[in-house]
Design a protein around this ligand. Structure first.
Ligand code: HEM
Length: 138
């Protein structure tokens, strides 16, 4: 096939997501893998689920061999306009909520106190009942 330096938008690439017409984006390059689908050792379904988006991570995560990487050239049709590819979502930790954590701390403290007091109360109660119900020895 051989790419002729064409630049596609992600929207254009997303028009080719079926097993009759399948393009994928890996490392900023666009590949028409329609003819390869049946021959893919990992099956056609995995490739089809990687269409319409940047499939670089999917492709890399599998740990494809250098032979697999070399095969890509054969299906190259052009480049992707990177401005049309959404940037990867980074993990943003939720803002630390000070009030929340203070509340947690005070309830932790309360639980500790109760853990200490409740057995003492039970013991005191038991001793109280015992001395109350004890029949005088003489
Ligand atoms: C044009 C693109 C692709 C080519 C040329 C290709 C090629 C290959 C080749 C040659 C293998 C055999 C193992 C190896 O040599 O690494 C393989 C396995 C595999 N590929 Fe791909 N692949 C492509 C895209 C994808 C994509 C987008 C996925 C999506 C996750 C994928 C998933 C897999 C899986 C899961 C296997 C493992 C199969 C197994 O071990 O049973 N491949 N691929």
């Amino acid at each position: 096939m051989g790419g002729d330096g064409k630049v596609f938008t992600l929207a254009e690439v997303s028009q080719h997501t079926s097993n009759q017409d399948c393009w994928i984006v890996i490392d900023g390059k666009v590949y028409d893998v329609t003819k390869f689908l049946d021959d893919h050792p990992g099956g056609d379904e995995v490739i089809l689920t990687s269409t319409g988006k940047d499939a670089t991570d999917d492709f890399e995560d599998v740990g494809h061999s250098s032979t697999a990487k070399a095969m890509l050239d054969e299906y190259y049709v052009g480049d992707i306009d990177s401005a049309t590819v959404p940037t990867k979502t980074k993990f943003v930790p939720p803002p630390s909520n000070q009030t929340q954590s203070n509340q947690n701390k005070s309830s932790d403290f309360l639980i500790k106190i109760l853990q200490f007091l409740v057995p003492l109360l039970i013991l005191g109660l038991a001793l109280g009942i015992r001395s109350y119900t004890k029949t005088p020895s003489s």
